[in-house]
Design a protein around this ligand. Structure first.
Ligand SMILES: [Zn+2]
Length: 510
């Protein structure tokens, strides 16, 4: 429970209450703020004082504002409005009455500006059972938080008049996540050929398997990655809320529609940009892609730091960012799609362009993608560049649309959710080894086939588990309760080495 006038501080996607206490004593004017970093205090003080002047309140005497708890890291701008309201309350202009949360940055003319974190703040208000005042510009996202008593304010005067009883602000309402939308930017039927890659995308979408696409420049890897978004099932209400909380925390506006997030990062991006952090500990691309797709092109060019830091979130579905000020954990459940060239020049195995790389440089390039991260990538697919003749012959064929593929994906997901609910998993890619081996439901002849395969291909324990997970998904797409030999055989074609091995004559290490 909170008392009186409160603001909020953000800690990850969570908002915490900050109590604003004001004390005024006689003497010359001075204003001290305790509980904020020095630089923020100075700026906040000027904004609060100027805005109060606009509503006719001239501050007098020695004023002390305490923002409690003192040890909680705070952001000055979020606390402008509660400080101004606290001062107006202290001066007797208004009587706040019931405990309330306020958030907003003040302009010198008294306007209340948009802030990040309005959604976590609204969730906090709901939990505490108190009303909240937010900037009018944040109104549309706060409206999506059901069951909260919230008011949108344009100016400090709005708040003062509302609390004084002069005018009543309307309560924010009427937000909705909307219906399922059929907005597909890149439709599968727009991509010519590439049947193997499209099939791999379908499997990835159905079982939430991470994917590596290998192909020469211009083979359409980026287009394929983008098309994945359109075949994924729509976000549920709970997932929408997660996405909304992260976007609000990052200071990004909410995109309407239930299409899953698609984020991409350049290989020069820092680990802070991808994993989150920095001074204000904001979420990174991997959290902005939560419940959707994170696409990393030219994967071997990413720094080792970044590749290393991806391991833990791919394992746990969350990422913890630590700084001196403490640590926060963000959701980071993504479908990772990576892409790379088959060699440094990009044309190894290409039908028309010769490769200029030496064997040793190719080996070095492939080794950059070594073990640990590849262990998390279930599907490896070659994306060959089509020759002009192939493109011509395919020009009349459009293939299946994303909507049709999505139907199969949704039904396979439903099967998995029903099957794994009791063990606490959502999809095949999440299954740990122990569950996998005990509950896979494979035919006896498959066991024999697998035993031979492990021997012949010298599969590692992890590699073997990957083959099993993908086999399970392929069987689910077919609507088959049992995993049969042809499911495993197809799964084996997506194992590591598949991408580089095909037509290129190179083995994959790792
Ligand atoms: Zn090359």
């Amino acid at each position: 429970m909170i008392n009186g006038i409160c603001g909020v501080a953000l800690r990850g996607t969570q908002a915490l209450p900050v109590e604003v206490e004001v004390e005024t004593t006689g003497g010359l004017f001075s204003m001290t703020v305790v509980g904020l970093p020095d630089t923020a205090v100075k700026e906040a003080r000027e904004r609060v004082r100027a805005s109060l002047r606009r509503i006719g309140l001239m501050l007098r005497g020695r004023i002390a504002i305490n923002l409690a708890p003192a040890d909680l890291p705070k952001e000055g701008a979020l606390l402008d409005l509660p400080m101004a309201v606290g001062l107006a309350n202290g001066a007797g202009i208004i009587d706040c009455g019931e405990p309330s949360l306020f958030m907003g940055e003040l302009a010198l003319d008294g306007r209340v500006r948009w802030v990040r974190g309005a959604v976590p703040a609204a969730v906090l208000a709901r939990e505490l059972g108190v009303r909240i005042f937010v900037p009018k510009e944040n109104e549309h996202e706060v409206a999506l938080v059901a069951g909260v008593r919230a008011y949108g304010v344009e100016t400090l005067l709005d708040v003062v008049e509302h609390l004084h009883g002069g005018k009543t602000l309307p309560q924010i309402s009427g937000g909705s996540f909307g219906e399922e939308d059929e907005c597909i930017e890149t439709d599968m039927s727009d991509i010519k050929g590439q049947f193997a890659a499209k099939r791999a995308l379908e499997i990835a979408a159905a079982g939430h398997h991470n994917l590596l696409l290998t192909g020469s420049p211009g083979s359409g890897k980026t287009l394929l990655a983008r098309a994945l978004r359109g075949i994924l099932p729509p976000l549920s209400d709970e997932e929408m809320m997660e996405v909304l909380l992260i976007r609000s925390t990052a200071g990004l506006s909410f995109e309407p529609g239930r299409t899953r997030p698609f984020r991409t990062a350049h290989h020069t991006a820092s680990s802070v940009a991808i994993c989150g952090g920095g001074a204000s500990m904001r979420p990174g691309e991997i959290s902005l892609a939560n419940r959707g797709v994170l696409f990393l092109d030219e994967f071997p060019e990413f720094s080792r730091d970044v590749l290393e830091s991806l391991r833990q979130p791919l394992e746990d579905g969350t990422i913890t960012v630590s700084r001196a000020a403490g640590s926060v954990t963000y959701p980071a459940r993504v479908l990772l799609v990576t892409a790379c060239n088959p060699c440094p020049c990009g044309y190894s195995g290409d039908p028309s362009e010769p490769c200029k790389c030496s064997p040793s440089s190719i080996e070095k390039y492939q080794r950059k993608l070594s073990g640990p991260i590849l262990d998390r990538i279930d599907l490896h697919v070659a994306v060959p560049r089509l020759t002009p003749e192939e493109l011509m012959s395919l020009s009349g064929e459009s293939g299946e649309s994303s909507t049709e593929i999505r139907k199969r994906v949704r039904s396979a997901r439903k099967t998995q959710q029903d099957r794994w609910r009791e063990v606490g998993f959502q999809c095949n890619a999440e299954l740990p080894e122990r569950v996998l081996r005990k509950r896979l439901n494979i035919d006896p002849d498959v066991k024999l086939f697998l035993a031979e395969t492990v021997e012949r291909l010298r599969l590692s324990g992890r590699g073997f588990s990957r083959v099993l997970r993908v086999s399970r998904t392929i069987a689910d797409l077919e609507g088959s309760e049992r995993v049969a030999v042809h499911h495993v055989a197809e799964s084996l074609s997506y194992r590591e080495g598949g991408a580089f091995g095909r037509g290129v004559g190179l083995g994959w290490r790792g």
